[in-house]
Write a protein that binds this ligand. Structure first.
Ligand code: HEM
Ligand code: HEM
Length: 411
């Protein structure tokens, strides 16, 4: 039932009225629509782009950077839009007597309001929790306060981003279908009063939005997160894909504790990784300061955050074909290299290639416990690691390897 008694000419004012949206609300609405309808295809395209070669990765990163920059813009426009909307009356429905339809439209409106904040925010948190991928093009940095670098956090928010983005797409489809129904089935001015320009609106009584629509929107998000969890979207990827554990080795010195880490630039930003499973057979004479060492590294024990799987593939470590790397070296005292007391001079066999390598390190022995720490830079192309990324712009050419361990002398 239309409550039209006398048609009111609407003059497209700045502010909303009970009859129509004002110019500010309309501008916010269509600007948000433009940004979001741009961000969605960019996100889908970017996500599906291959990244087998340096050029492909550069193209993918470019599309992701555009996606993120458009998405962040949408986020701030959405905040402005919501800040404006809370100061404004909401135009009354044209058919308030159609209770179910009105409620459905309002639930969708609240869901859209929620999604235009949650979708970019979850994407942004995902971005801030990872390192070294396509940057947002702006001067305000890539991190967020209170968001630590964490693979688990990044994966959780990547899943939330996809879940919220699906809620957004479904509610948008319903929203657009509703707008078209008003235009072509009901032939009323619902769409016209959101479009630019003035339109004649029937006289309407103010409409009270109860608590049901916002609660309906919250329920829609909770249900979507529940479906996402049931589909396993939150289960974290295995960082160590089941490489057989290395056997303990017989050694004069037994390693008690240690780390074998490395860092490399990805898109110009450093990312760090480590090997979790390695053994060291050490013979060392503390009177002469000489000895030998053989370090065996299980390549499959690599932990490199979200790119672990790619790093283990044929292009990089080729873990299936070359499951272990071996560093064999002679230990000699050294007083010429700054910051080192010893050198381990030998070869590193990695990915089927043997390269001479010297690791300078410091060693101190107290009460039968040896503590060593050393660092060296390896040129990854010498080991045929990432040959399709030859110029270092996507994946740095130099990899800084650092090793620390404590070992005790076998009785
Ligand atoms: C990403 C895109 C979009 C978003 C996030 C969005 C969001 C919203 C929201 C939250 C409202 C409620 C405003 C309020 O009363 O406070 C609204 C109203 C409206 N939107 Fe959209 N919208 C989008 C795209 C579209 C498109 C493509 C159409 C047209 C085909 C459209 C047509 C309308 C109409 C006609 C209204 C007014 C409904 C009424 O008067 O009850 N929207 N939109
Ligand atoms: C309104 C804003 C946004 C919309 C509508 C949106 C939408 C999307 C869509 C549709 C996808 C593809 C997911 C799929 O293939 O199913 C996606 C992926 C992605 N988006 Fe957004 N996004 C927005 C904002 C952002 C922002 C601000 C960032 C980061 C700063 C971001 C980062 C990402 C990332 C990293 C992915 C890949 C996720 C993955 O690894 O699975 N997005 N986004």
């Amino acid at each position: 039932m239309s409550s039209a008694t006398s048609p009111l000419p609407a003059t497209a004012p700045l502010q909303n009225s009970v009859h129509t949206y004002g110019r500010v609300a309309k501008t916010f609405h269509w600007l948000t629509a433009l940004l979001i309808l741009t961000a969605i295809p960019l996100g889908i395209v970017a996500n599906n782009m291959p990244f087998e070669t340096g050029e492909e990765l550069a193209r993918k990163a470019l599309v992701f950077s555009i996606h993120k920059t458009v998405g962040i813009t949408a986020f701030f426009v959405a905040l402005g839009r919501i800040a404006w909307a809370v100061t404004q009356p909401r135009p009354a429905p044209l058919h308030p007597d159609r209770k179910a339809e009105t409620l459905a439209a309002e639930v969708v409106h609240f869901t859209l309001y929620g999604a235009i904040v949650l979708v970019p925010l979850s994407g942004w948190i995902h971005h801030a929790a990872t390192t070294g991928f396509a940057p947002i093009w702006w001067p305000f940095g890539q991190n967020l306060p209170f968001v630590p670098k964490s693979d688990e956090l990044a994966e959780t928010f990547a899943a939330l981003h996809v879940i919220f983005e699906r809620v957004l797409i479904i509610s948008l489809v319903l929203h657009i279908a509703g707008a078209l129904k008003h235009r072509f089935v009901d032939r009323d001015v619902t769409l016209a009063r959101m479009l630019p320009g003035a339109v004649t609106i029937p006289a309407l009584k103010p409409h009270r939005t109860g608590l049901l629509p916002p609660f309906g929107a919250v329920a829609a998000f909770l249900a979507a997160v529940g479906v996402g969890a049931a589909l396993g979207l939150f289960s974290h990827s295995e960082t160590r894909p089941g490489a057989p554990a290395l056997e303990q080795v017989a050694s004069d010195w037994t390693v008690q504790d240690g780390t074998l880490g490395f860092s490399v630039a990805q898109m110009g930003q450093p990312i760090s990784g480590s090997f979790e499973d390695w053994t060291a057979a050490i013979a060392y004479d503390d009177t002469s300061g000489t000895g030998t060492v053989e370090v065996t590294i299980a390549i499959g024990s690599l932990a490199l955050g979200q790119v672990t799987g790619q790093a283990l593939g044929t292009e990089f470590f080729a873990a299936d074909a070359h499951p272990t790397a071996i560093f064999t070296a002679e230990i000699t005292p050294d007083d010429t290299t700054e910051g080192a007391t010893h050198l381990a001079t030998g070869t590193l066999a990695l990915k089927g290639t043997e390269v001479p390598v010297t690791l300078p390190f410091t060693l101190s022995i107290t009460d039968g416990t040896a503590t060593m720490s050393g660092e060296l830079v390896l040129p990854r192309l010498a080991f045929d690691i990432g040959p399709n990324y030859p110029d270092g712009s996507q994946v740095g050419l130099e990899v800084t390897v650092s090793a620390q361990l404590t070992a005790t002398k076998a009785p």
